[in-house]
Ligand binder design. Sequence first.
Ligand code: ADP
Length: 476
Amino acid sequence: MISNQNLSQHSAILAAIVESSDDAIVSKDLNGIVTSWNPAAERIFGYTATEMLGQSILKIIPADRHHEETTILRILGSGGRLDHFETKRITKDKRILDVSLTISPIKNKAGEITGVSKIARDITELRKQEEKEAVLAAIIESTDDAIISKTLTGIITSWNPSAQRMFGYSSEEMIGQSILNLIPPDRKEEEPLIISKLKQGERVKHFETKRVTKTDKIIDVSLTISPIKNKAGEITGVSKIARDITEKKQEDQRKNDFMAIVSHELKTPLTSIKTYVQLLQARAKKNPDEFTVSALGKADVQIKKMTNMIHDFLNLSRLEEGRMPLNKTTFSLCELLEELILEAKMLFPGHEIVLQMDKDSSICADRDKIGQVMLNLLGNAAKYSGTESLIKVCCETGAAKVKISVSDEGMGIAPADQQKLFERFYRVHTLHSSNISGFGIGLYLVSEILKLHHSEIKVQSEPGVGSTFYFCLDHA
Ligand code: ADP
């Protein structure tokens, strides 16, 4: 038997729970008239207790769900109870909420049902979150990219169907296993490097590497790796998106091989044509005939252009094979630039090319390769600007470095293209540039040669106004 004192203590506790609950706790009589309405009900549905007490519960039930009330009463009448019944309710400001209801009968001493108590939990956010997760899950299931997540110690925690297609292992085989199973023995050191980058808050984007499949096949992949963080912002794991780029790599390899063979085959006949032109030029000097001298001069210019092109092709294939040694010497920058400008004036006679240099600098670098960088930049400046426009080569000498720039007054480059210019085979396709021929390897070579010199090529450009390409070299 509960004493009167205990009973009032018990009621006080119950009242405190109802007051402080995050869930709406509402009761009503059998006619649907609200008899209690707690603070959470006020927060969730927007009506105050004064507005609701004595009113019909139908105020918060969307019209198309009024019939639910009769069903609920029938279930309760037959001694039942409803747990986590998911439905919709409408707020004072006409928002539709997803709610989960737990409904129990209120009985009098005789055991007759006199009313109903409802606990309503607002699950709108939860539903939205579930919908978002379902969309994400569908993307992860259907994408062509392998999406894998793992712990910071490299233990795989998720593995999508494309990961199975790409690497041959099922998720049952891989979850709980080490990611090192996919990394070829000579690349195992990549993993700690990637993790340390992520720990510093960096994201690794389009990192090209190799991975090994279940059948020991080596595939080329491009990886984008991001940290997984908990609510406190701590990194708890890593997610990887891997794209199979084996075909693209093979295609690039075929292009490189083709260029290497063609340029090698072209070199021999070109050298002999050059020798004959030089012989004829020597002869023409003795017996000057205006037409012959001019024709041989033009032939000589074309031979030089072709030689530069072949140099680019050969350097590209050398670079791909990782064998482009630098032959560093100390030389005068001014002398090199004057030589190059003389050559450029001969190759691109339609342009005015000027050199602005405050003072000479001694540079320790590969003279031929820096020459090739400059000829490529000068060639582009001439190619992508109108004839008779000005091309400026500037040198600014700083304390430790000298900055070299090539500026033109040409068609310029849109910001989106500026980021991709230095990729291999990248060419801008605009109405103005579509009839200008090229292979898209010049700036790639410029960038790679400068990287070998611990330098970087940069561009500033405005479409329709012109472009400036610049880089820095250390003083000797
Ligand atoms: P190519 O000139 O053979 O196409 P590059 O690698 O030298 O290859 O240049 C890549 C692209 O960058 C070119 O196709 C061109 O669209 C753009 N570009 C390079 N230099 C300039 C410049 N000075 N002005 C405008 N566009 C340029």
